[in-house]
Design a protein around this ligand. Structure first.
Ligand code: NAD
Length: 509
């Protein structure tokens, strides 16, 4: 048996930003749609706005005039829920409040048929909790759209403890028919996207808290890793109040697991009303010609002539470094040596070491390699590595003055845009991506989603350039586990707890 929701009359409750988007998508997909909002006039107002939006899309040639006219004719605002007794599907997009959602669904159960599927667009409340108290909790399911609904492809189909698999399957099929990409998710705090994304913000906030660098440098490094927006500009766009609230809700819902602890840096900004774009100031100032200031990039002299250069290690990054070193040394008429047996990736230059991060700080590497002149650089993740890629690096505190300038000069000569940082373990990109993978691994371990679901969700829900398991396949379990363990060793506590999913697959447990 299966439930087919295609063509069924839809009731959308809540005429806010999400409700209006859901109405648009459902009506364009051919459904008759009713829209209800408890605020008088809100549904009519939302539909007027929708008509204007659709007209704009027709003017731009993105939609046909006839299709839009037909869709608008299928939509009706209603002033009483009782008018929706024929709905085969209800999508709720009201205020994010458990009691409000529960009482709405109870009221609806008295109106709609027993076979009507009840879907909630909640972004953070347990679907199981919303269903509690219903006569038929098995028909309640999460249908979590992303903002803006017409543009964002992802729908998280959230299974509560009592959700009937057939009901979730029907929403999955319907989402596909609406041109979306659905992903199954278990009702757990943050579902998939809002959970796995936490480290993207948390690692940056942690680096800012320990004064490793500036928001601009962090944004530049992560954009070089393929993210469309850096974490600081993204938090400014989302609004620090909203972003902080989501982090808090995931933290509380996980019984205050230290892994998700919110940031003092962000709490102070929220307390001060520095919400980001909407308030005119966040990490950056907005309005009156202000905005994100250009990245201050140092000009590096050519490195001093070396007597010995060896490229260490294996893999695509080592290969790239070899090519880059060959090009850098060509004018002097010689090339680098290559040592494929080294356990580390990087360059030795007259005994000094330029090392790809494995999670250890430059200071730690300096101790472990018995070498004062050490610099560590971040992990380039976009392949092939483009000329001018922004790359964080740090020099060991005990390094000579000469090596301090030479480390940056060598990275520049190798084709990077080097950005100096305080000696933070795992620097920026390796640390952030390792923690995103770690979170994705834990989500899979706990049955929140599968690997493909995690990848699709992060790419389509928050536009990540790759999903956690795609990054993992291009890196290695041991490499990722090494970075997380090094962070754990440095910071102690639960925050950098390695996921058992990774530990079980790593060679060194
Ligand atoms: P919104 O504030 O823009 O709109 C909510 C609407 O619901 C308002 O028009 C309000 O009058 C109406 N409403 C409130 N209580 C009601 C009730 N009991 N009955 C009928 N109408 C009621 O909110 P939004 O941003 O559209 O969010 C709606 C839901 O979608 C929330 O659960 C939210 O967590 C979720 N969500 C939001 C986003 C987002 O980015 N905004 C993304 C995904 C999910």
């Amino acid at each position: 048996m299966s439930i087919d929701l295609r063509g069924t009359p839809v009731l959308v409750v809540g005429a806010g930003i999400m409700g209006a988007g859901i109405v648009q998508v459902a009506a364009l997909a051919g459904h008759h749609v009713q829209l209800f909002d408890m605020r008088e006039g809100a549904a009519v107002q939302a539909l007027d706005k929708l008509a204007a939006t659709l007209k704009g899309l027709v003017d731009k040639g993105k939609l046909g005039a006839e299709a839009v006219q037909a869709a608008m004719a299928r939509i009706a605002p209603i002033t009483s829920l009782a008018e929706a007794r024929d709905a085969g599907l209800v999508v709720e997009a009201i205020v994010e409040n458990l009691d409000a959602k529960r009482s709405l669904f109870r009221e609806l159960e008295a109106i709609v048929a027993t076979g009507t599927v009840l879907a909630t667009n909640t972004s953070s409340i347990s679907v199981t909790a919303i269903a509690n108290g219903l006569k038929h909790p098995a028909r309640l399911v999460g249908m979590h759209f992303f903002n803006p609904v017409p543009l964002m492809k992802l729908v998280e189909v959230v299974h509560g403890l009592q959700t009937l698999p057939m009901v979730a399957e029907a929403i999955f099929e319907l989402s596909t028919a609406w041109g979306k990409v659905p992903v199954h998710a278990k009702s757990t705090p943050g579902f998939i996207v809002n959970r796995i994304a936490r480290p993207y913000y948390a690692e940056t906030l942690a680096l800012l808290q320990e004064q490793a660098t500036t928001p601009q440098v962090l944004d530049a490094c992560l954009k070089a890793a393929g993210f469309r927006m850096g974490p600081c500009e993204l938090m400014d766009l989302i609004g620090h109040d909203t972003n902080f609230a989501v982090t808090n809700s995931v933290y509380e819902a996980n019984f205050f697991d230290k892994r998700y602890v919110p940031s003092l840096v962000q709490r102070e900004m929220v307390a001060g009303g520095l919400f980001g774009r909407k308030s005119g100031r966040g990490f950056y100032a907005y309005g009156d010609g202000a905005g994100i200031p250009p990245l201050p990039v140092a000009v590096h002299e050519a490195p001093a002539t070396a007597r010995e250069v060896t490229v260490h290690g294996i893999g695509p990054i080592a290969d790239h470094l070899e090519h880059a070193a060959i090009a850098a040394l060509a004018p002097q008429g010689w090339g680098p040596a290559r040592d494929l047996s080294s356990a580390w990736v990087g360059l030795s230059i007259d005994g000094a070491r330029l090392v790809l991060t494995d999670g250890r700080s430059a200071q730690q590497l300096s101790r472990d390699l018995h070498c004062a002149d050490v610099a560590v650089f971040d992990r380039p993740v976009v392949m092939p590595i483009a000329a001018g890629t922004a790359l964080a690096y740090a020099v060991a505190p005990g390094a000579s003055e000469a090596w301090r300038t030479q480390a940056g000069a060598w990275l520049a000569a190798l084709g990077f845009t080097p950005l100096p940082l305080a000696d933070a373990p795992g620097l920026v990109v390796a640390r952030t991506i390792a923690m995103l993978i770690n979170e994705g691994a834990d989500a899979v371990l706990q049955g929140v989603c599968d690997e493909a679901g995690a990848d699709a969700a992060m790419k389509l829900g928050v536009n990540y350039p790759a999903g956690p398991f795609e990054w993992l396949s291009r890196w290695s379990v041991d490499g990722v586990a090494g970075v997380v363990r090094a962070l754990d060793a440095e910071y102690r506590g639960e925050r950098y707890r390695l996921s058992p999913w990774l530990r079980r697959r790593a060679h060194h447990s």
